[in-house]
Design a protein. Structure first.
Length: 342
C-alpha cells in the first residue's frame, strides 16, 4: 500500500521527528511540500493538493524518501554502530582551502571528481558570508566548490530540496551529495525504494559523502538569539564555527568565544533529538575531524564506489594520507548518539 503525505505528517511531522533534510520537498511531483522560512515549525507544510490523497493517482514519493518514518527507523536499528566499511584513514587536501573544515579532504575528493569529469554536479550547503544563513546549492565547478568549503552548524536549509533542480530540470545524471546523516539516509531510502517516482533520483546520484554529526542548531536561535543576543557576536564577525567538546567561534583575529554545548541545548533542532546515527552509515564515504590529528580529516570508506573516488584523488595528488586515525573517539561519540530516542 502506497503511503501519502498524510501518513508522513502523522508519523514524522507531528511527532517532532522531521530532520529538515528536504527529501520530501524534492520528490513531490506536485511541488506541494514546502518549508516556510521564518516559520516556527521545524517541519515542512503541505499546500493542499496531493496526487494520491486528492485524485487517487498512485504516488507516495514523499513518504518513500523520508529517513524518519517508522520503517526507516526500524531498519537503522539493525546496523553496526559505525556501519559497514572497508577502510579507515586520515587525509588532507594538498592545496589551499581558505575556509576548510579539518583537513579539507572532502573538498579535495570532489574537486578531483569534477575536474576528471567523474561527476556533473555537487548537491551541498552554501552559506551567506554576511548573515551566515545557509542555503541549498548546486555546484558544477571546482572554483565554486572551494568557495563554499566548510561545515555548517546552523540550519535553515532543506539540503535535498535542490535535488529536483539537478535531476528533473538540469538532467544531471552523475551527482555527488554531501550531507549529514539524515540527508544520507534519505538518499539511501530513495536507492532502496521500489517507487517508480524515486528511481530517477536514485539513479542520478553517483556518490554520497556523509558528515559526522551530533546535532545541528536552529539558525535563528543560534546565530541571532544566542551568538548575537547573548554574546554580542555579529555573523559577519565570524570566520569559522567548529564543535570540539564546545562550540568554538573564531574570527579573523582568532577565537572569539568557546561555548559549552550544554549551554546550547535550546538551540538544537527538535528532529536531531530523534537521530541515532553519528557517522552517516549509509554513505559511500563518511568524513569528519574526530579521530584524526589537527589539520586532517577522518575518512571512513564504506564501499568500492567510495574507495574509487578517494584513490583517484590520491593518485592525482590532490589528497594525501596522514597517520592512521584513532577509532576509539569515533566509537565513543557514535555510542553516545545511539542512546537517543529509538
Amino acid at each position: 500500500m502506497k503511503r501519502t503525505y498524510e501518513d508522513l505528517k502523522r508519523e514524522v511531522w507531528e511527532t517532532g521527528r522531521c530532520s529538515g533534510c528536504g527529501a520530501c520537498v524534492a520528490v513531490c511531483p506536485a511541488n506541494a511540500i514546502i518549508f516556510r522560512e521564518g516559520s516556527p515549525d521545524a517541519h515542512p507544510v503541505h499546500t493542499g493538493y496531493c496526487k494520491e490523497a486528492t485524485d487517487g493517482v498512485p504516488c507516495g514519493a514523499c513518504y518513500g524518501a523520508c529517513p524518519r518514518t517508522d520503517e526507516r527507523r526500524a531498519a537503522a536499528g539493525d546496523l553496526p554502530l559505525l556501519g559497514d566499511y572497508l577502510d579507515l584513514l586520515s587525509a588532507r587536501a594538498t592545496f589551499e582551502i581558505e575556509r576548510k573544515q579539518s583537513g579539507g579532504a572532502v573538498t579535495a575528493i570532489l574537486k578531483n571528481a569534477l575536474e576528471e569529469d567523474l561527476i556533473d554536479a555537487v548537491v551541498t550547503v552554501g552559506e551567506d558570508k554576511w548573515t551566515m544563513k545557509p542555503f541549498s546549492t548546486l555546484i558544477t565547478s571546482s572554483g565554486e566548490l572551494i568557495h563554499h568549503a566548510g561545515s555548517r552548524y546552523n540550519w535553515w536549509v532543506p539540503t535535498l530540496a535542490i535535488l529536483k533542480e539537478a535531476v528533473v530540470r538540469r538532467k544531471y545524471r552523475r551527482i555527488a551529495v554531501i550531507g549529514v546523516p539524515c540527508v544520507v539516509s534519505a538518499i539511501n531510502a530513495m536507492r532502496e525504494s521500489d517507487n517508480d517516482l524515486l528511481r530517477p533520483y536514485a539513479r542520478a546520484v553517483r556518490l554520497v559523502i556523509g558528515l559526522f554529526c551530533t546535532e545541528s542548531f536552529d539558525y535563528r536561535k543560534l546565530i541571532e538569539d544566542t551568538l548575537g543576543g547573548v554574546y554580542g557576536i555579529k555573523p559577519w564577525q565570524i570566520r569559522r564555527l567548529n564543535v570540539k567538546g564546545a562550540l568554538e567561534v573564531s574570527g579573523v583575529g582568532g577565537l572569539l568565544h568557546s561555548i559549552p554545548l550544554r549551554d546550547l541545548e535550546a538551540c538544537i533542532r527538535p528532529g536531531c533529538l530523534h537521530c541515532t546515527d553519528f557517522s552517516a552509515v549509509y554513505a559511500d564515504i563518511s568524513a569528519g575531524a574526530v579521530g584524526s590529528p589537527d589539520g586532517y580529516t577522518t575518512l571512513i570508506i564504506r564501499n568500492s564506489v567510495g574507495r574509487g573516488f578517494v584513490e583517484r584523488a590520491l593518485q592525482n595528488g590532490l589528497l594525501e594520507e596522514g597517520e592512521n586515525p584513532s577509532l576509539a573517539p569515533i566509537e565513543r561519540l557514535a555510542a553516545k548518539k545511539a542512546q537517543r530516542i529509538p
